[in-house]
Structures are given as C-alpha cells and as structure tokens.
Design a protein around this ligand. Sequence first.
Ligand code: SF4
Ligand code: SF4
Length: 232
Amino acid sequence: MQVMNSNHPDWLTSFMKCHGITLWGVADLRGIIIPSADKKSSFDYAISWAFPMNPEIMKSIQTGPNRNYADEYARANASINGLANALVAKIKNRGCNALMLPASVRTDNENIKGDFPHKTAATRAGVGWIGKHCQLITRKYGPWVRLGTVFTDMKLPCGSPLEKEFCGRCTTCIDACPAGALTGKAWEPGIQREEILDVFACDRWKKEHYMHFHKGHNCGICSSVCPYGLKI
Ligand code: SF4
Ligand code: SF4
C-alpha cells in the first residue's frame, strides 16, 4: 500500500485497506477556501485517494471513448461516492466533522467546474502531480485513476505536497487531443487551469462527438495515450 504519510491512525489505515485503496494521503488545506455544507464549518484537511481504472479499458480509448470506458467511469464514480459517504460517517462517529466532494459533479456550468478540484487535494496530499493533459498523474497508476476527496476538521498527519511536474519534453497528449484543447503549458502549483486546458474546446468536442457517453462528459484520449499510464 502506498500511503503518503505512514503515521495515520489505525482505523483510517484499516478503512482504506478494507476498501481496496492502495494510494491515498491527507492534504493540509489551511489557507485554501473550500466549500462547506452549512457555511459555518471549516475543513482544514482533506483525505484524498486514487481509484485505479481498468488498464485494458484505458488502453482501448486512444481514438475515443467506448461503452466499456463509460461503464468503468460510472463504476469508479459509484465506488468513490460510496467510500466517501462511509468515510464521512466514520469521521463523524469520532466526533469530528467531514464533507464529501462528489465524483464528477459539475456545479458551475458556465465555467465548467465543480465545487473544488479533487486534483488540488491530491497534489497537496502528495498523491500525484498534474500533467500537460491537466489530469493527475500518479507513480503507481499513471493518470488512469479517478479521485476521491473527503474534507474534514480532524487533525491528521499530512503528506508532502507535490509541486513539480514530470512531463519533460513529452507532447503525446497535446498531439493526440482531437479538440486542440491542450496548450502545452506545464503545470506548477497555483497555475490557472485555463493556462493548460481550453476547457470550453474540450467540452465542446465531447458534446459534439461523444454525447452518447455520459451526456458528453467522457473522452479520455489524452489520458489513454500518456506514457505514465501505458507503462504500468
Ligand atoms: S479529454 Fe479529449 S478533448 Fe479534452 S483535452 Fe483530453 S483529449 Fe482533448
Ligand atoms: S502524455 Fe506526456 S505530456 Fe501529456 S501528461 Fe503524459 S507525460 Fe505529460
């Protein structure tokens, strides 16, 4: 199991292990504004985990998504949300507050984003970094993961944030993107998403070509071609 800090309480380590999660950590989010259900709670920490996708399915979408990928995507989201709800309950049972960040929920349609980026929690927990395809890359699974996040006020040992990317001179995802949506700019902490990804071009392409998969939310080509995935 790859845990980004080994001093976690036993109950949390066991919980993650029981749910088959092998790559996770805790992010220190102090100083970062995060959503809260009642606007009174404050959540200084986030538990972040990577849910691995089926590598054979991920390899199969280099020219576009397919039914297997759409099903795998839905399965991953359901598992992440189930685990997140159970983790929130565990934390609350211990007298602390917690809030799950649902998988793949767009709450701002105008700007095409959710309440908070799972990727921010993941990089700050040390789970991975952001590649030129604007997705998280992990050492263990490459970018072939989906992410879960639970915010909490429970003080937990935090991982070391990843503040560097490792794409080097690779441009594979940029060349493969059919929408021309990737700028080629390398990630660094604090960079605006728009500097890496033209999210409107990406969204438009998906809606125009893959509407039959999750109403145009699926593509995955840039992830599928990434060498960090293909080498696992
Ligand atoms: S998801 Fe598809 S359209 Fe969007 S950036 Fe990746 S390859 Fe391009
Ligand atoms: S395909 Fe290459 S440039 Fe794109 S994210 Fe992966 S390593 Fe980085």
